[in-house]
Design a binder for this molecule. Structure first.
Ligand SMILES: Nc1ncnc2c1ncn2[C@@H]1O[C@H](COP(=O)(O)OP(=O)(O)O)[C@@H](O)[C@H]1O
Ligand SMILES: [Mg+2]
Length: 562
């Protein structure tokens, strides 16, 4: 970029020409006292009040928009009829240069650049400023990998913008057709001045073609969408020049889908492009808030520092590749989710298995249901429903004529019907009985073993596809003989009292226990006992003896008489 580079502009010694556009030039200069580089942007068109006013407005807008992602304005001055902006020097590269070098950005990198662009744009929008020329040439990326939005040259601040635009364009300037740096020659083909149109056609939404003075934030949102598309795919959605066909395509929103050019583009990026680039502004985002929020959430999973680092590497070296950015894994969270999932699945399948749901709905062609219910004689019912908590248990064996193996997973505890915990035996209607969960077995020959207390029943049954309800009979009451052991002792000292005597009530009279036939004490009945000892108070009990008991131990602690 040769040409006449002045030695000094104002007090600033000029180092080099950075870019030359249709109506201005951008120089790199040095602040004379601070010895730091600055950018001087010169307006070269003379004598047009409207243009001068626009340039002044750019300065005013920049002064108002102090933001980390917007280029800072340091000064504004007039010298020998020209106007100058003094700007923060962004040491880096404009996005269009980086794009030309890299061709394509990874999804995370494209979204990071878009995010910071959107943050800057939203800040401007919230201050009533529409940029109207959002494009890669006006996005600067610093050596720290941070985005700086530049060039508010045709921005509108809603103050007489319409008239101003027309005056500027009617004056026949190329304000709207400024090229950016080395892209100038090429840019000439894609830029236009037509009527009151300001902007860069490739990035302009349909409504900006019609009247650029009337556009709002949604025009910037559209242009940002085009930029995202370009970063993802390496090409513009509407690459044609400013022809009627291209404008028609823009009006209709006809462009190759992102994924047809960038198959690996993140779903979020694809969605954002689609909605930001809607030709009808009413269907676009009306505010960048949701876009910023969505990208921020997306990038939380990525190592943003690494992405910035790779971007800077791409800027400073000839390297254009990016490492494949992987979403950050959160091992604890992943493990927790996996664990909860596994537990839920295990719980659900265990439940389904236990409840027979698997058999009923999946394995029904191969399994048949067996339901077991045992009616209880009252003397047994008392010990099941009452405080004895006698358990009934069922075991199933396959009758193979040999080993008789137990069928795994079929053991059951039979529970009192009308459950003991909510229905005391007295209020239980129907016949007292116990039952258990359905057992699912393959059709065949089986043996059922029922165990209750000391008693074991065996019952054979055969099973066909229809299933079976089993109700084995408990059989007649079978009282058992009871052996009794007795001991009496002094309640106060614990001393044994060998001279004590035990009696049992028999036929209305007390019969010494020593004279009772061992076999004549029966289970399943209430028996009355008495113990006496010289010098002690005698004691009596009534005992219900469970049908299943076979030994009774009577320990009597006696109080001494005074
Ligand atoms: N503050 C800056 N720091 C570094 N380079 C800059 C800065 N401002 C502009 N440039 C360079 O100058 C080019 C044109 O600047 P811009 O403000 O877009 O002017 P124009 O109105 O001519 O498009 C940019 O693409 C960029 O390469
Ligand atoms: Mg520019």
């Amino acid at each position: 970029m040769s040409g006449s580079v002045p030695e000094k502009i104002g007090k600033y010694p000029i180092e080099s020409l950075v870019a030359k556009g249709g109506m201005g030039a951008v120089y790199k200069a040095v602040h004379p006292e601070l010895k730091r580089p600055v950018i001087i942007k010169k307006l070269t068109i003379r004598g047009n009040a409207a243009i001068n006013e626009r340039f002044t407005r750019e300065a005013r807008i920049l002064l108002d928009l102090q933001h980390p992602h917007i280029v800072h304005l340091f000064d504004y001055f007039l010298e020998s009829g020209s106007r100058y902006l003094v700007l923060e020097f962004v040491d880096g590269l404009s996005l269009d240069r980086l794009l030309r070098r890299k061709k394509r950005f990874s999804g995370p990198m494209a979204l990071l650049v878009l995010l910071e662009t959107c943050v800057a744009l939203k800040f401007a929008h919230d201050h009533g400023i529409i940029h109207r020329d959002v494009k890669p040439g006006n996005i600067l990326i610093s050596r720290k990998g941070s985005v700086k939005l530049a060039d508010f040259g045709i921005a509108s601040d809603g103050q007489g913008a319409g008239e101003d635009d027309r005056a500027a364009t009617v004056a026949g300037t190329k304000r709207a057709g400024k090229g950016d740096g080395p892209g100038g020659a090429k840019a000439g083909t894609e830029l236009t001045v037509a009527g009151a149109v300001l902007g860069t056609p490739s990035y302009m939404p349909p409504e900006q073609f019609a009247d650029s003075s009337a556009v709002d934030a949604r025009a910037d949102i559209y242009a940002a969408g085009v930029m995202l598309y370009e970063m993802l795919t390496g090409q513009k959605p509407f690459p044609g020049g400013n022809t009627p066909e291209t404008r028609e395509a823009i009006r209709k929103g006809k462009y190759p889908p992102v994924r047809s050019l960038a198959p690996d583009a993140p779903a979020l990026a694809v969605r954002l492009v689609r909605k930001m680039m809607r030709p009808n502004p009413k269907k676009r985002y009306s505010d960048l808030g949701p876009v910023i929020k969505a990208i921020t959430r997306y990038l939380k999973r990525f190592p943003v520092r690494d992405i910035r680092f790779a971007m800077v590497q791409n800027m400073l070296t000839s390297k254009t590749a990016e490492p494949p950015f992987q979403p950050v894994r959160r091992p604890f969270l992943v493990a927790l989710v996996a664990l909860v999932g596994a537990l839920a699945l295990a719980g659900a399948s265990t439940f389904a298995w236990n409840e027979g749901l698997i058999h009923r709905f999946l394995l029904r062609p191969w399994y048949a249901p067996v339901n077991l219910r045992v009616e209880l004689p009252s003397y047994v019912a008392d010990s099941v429903y009452g405080s004895d908590d006698l358990q009934f248990r069922a075991f199933f064996f396959r009758d193979d004529g040999g080993e008789i193996p137990e069928v795994p997973g079929t053991r059951r505890v039979l529970e009192p019907v009308g459950s003991a915990d909510d229905a005391p035996s007295q209020s239980f209607a129907g016949t007292p009985s116990v039952e258990c969960r359905t057992v699912w077995l393959r059709p065949g020959a089986y043996r059922l073993k029922l165990v209750a207390g000391p008693r074991i029943w065996w019952e054979s049954f055969s099973l066909d596809r229809a299933g079976r309800d089993l109700s084995p009979r408990f059989g007649a009451a079978t009282a058992r003989s009871l052996s009794v052991r007795t001991a009496a002792f002094d309640a106060a000292t614990g001393r044994e009292l060998p001279s004590s005597s035990f009696y049992v009530m028999s036929g209305g009279a007390w019969l010494p226990l020593s004279r009772v036939e061992p076999k004549s004490l029966r289970t399943g009945t209430v028996q009355k006992f008495r113990v006496t000892c010289e010098g002690y108070q005698s004691m009596e009990w009534s005992l219900r003896i469970g049908w299943y008991q076979d030994e009774l131990v009577l320990d009597a602690g006696l109080e001494a008489l005074r």
